[in-house]
Design a protein around this ligand. Structure first.
Ligand code: SAM
Length: 249
């Protein structure tokens, strides 16, 4: 039987491609790509001439059994998405499940993911987090989802598109306490990469007044609820320290 590789690709900066990712993509019989036209420049850049087949959310139920048949015949297959790690808010799950049920090895070739990149640089706690993927597109559904997360103590992480970022921040403003820390990570690894720290109360206005801040791809992160007295003391100490440092002490 062949091996199914799940290969992470760069979020924007082509240099974020691992040596192993290139080797694996050169060695497999076929690459199942979310958008073959999108992936071609990256593959050309690294001299990868492996045949591509389309594997996206609209054909994956039909394409997965066909790729499984190739794996059963002994061919190895790599799955890539447009950017980042396949299956993370991207196609691939039906094929991995089928492969594992059939006793085929599914092997990760790890690399970039907007979720982890944003979290690591956000300045918000990273030890526990809730990945909410894309919030519902419709306002009412989005607000009720956010309400269910209001008391979660982990950092909340969401993917968002430029079309809905303002609506989403407006809903966060309406639902979360105004002083809840929030980070916006935009265009990660790209020329206009921006990572800003704000609050649930201020972020909407910050983005609304800056047209550039409304462009590109976004990860939104909301700090979890703090509950214990000890944490409040930590917060107060941090505030006083911030004042002292600002004053040049
Ligand atoms: N599988 C990908 C990953 O591992 O990050 C995510 C795919 S999902 C369809 C696309 C979303 O990821 C975008 O709408 C955005 O929220 C986030 N994203 C992808 N690239 C990004 C980047 N360079 N900067 C910020 N967010 C990004």
């Amino acid at each position: 039987k062949g091996v199914l590789y799940l290969v992470a690709t760069p979020l924007g900066n082509l240099a974020d491609f691992s040596f192993r990712a290139v080797e694996v993509l050169q060695s497999v019989a076929v690459i199942a790509a979310e958008d073959t036209r999108h992936s071609r420049p990256l593959l050309n850049h690294y001299g990868i001439g492996t045949p591509l087949v389309a594997y996206h959310e609209h054909n994956e139920d039909a394409a997965a059994p066909q790729l499984l048949a190739r794996l059963e015949r002994g061919e190895s297959v790599a799955v890539i998405s447009d950017a980042g790690t396949p299956l993370i808010s991207d196609p691939g799950f039906p094929l991995v499940r089928l492969a594992r049920q059939a006793g085929i090895r599914a092997v990760p070739v790890p690399g970039p993911s907007a979720l982890i990149a944003a979290l690591s640089a956000s300045g918000l706690p990273c030890d526990h987090f809730h990945f909410g993927g894309f919030l519902p597109r419709k306002g009412e559904a989005r607000r009720s989802e956010l309400k269910t997360l209001l008391d979660r103590r982990e950092t909340l992480v969401f993917y968002e598109s430029s079309h809905r970022v303002l609506d989403c921040l407006e809903d966060i403003n309406a639902i979360f306490p105004a002083d809840r820390p929030l980070a916006i990570a935009r265009e990660l690894t790209k020329h206009y990469e921006t990572i800003v720290n704000s609050t649930a109360g201020a972020a909407h206005a910050l983005v609304a007044q800056d047209a550039d801040m409304q462009k590109g791809e976004f990860v939104l992160l909301v700090q979890g609820k703090r509950e214990t007295a000890a944490e409040d003391i930590d917060a107060e100490q941090a505030r006083v320290l911030g004042i002292l440092l600002d004053g040049g002490c």
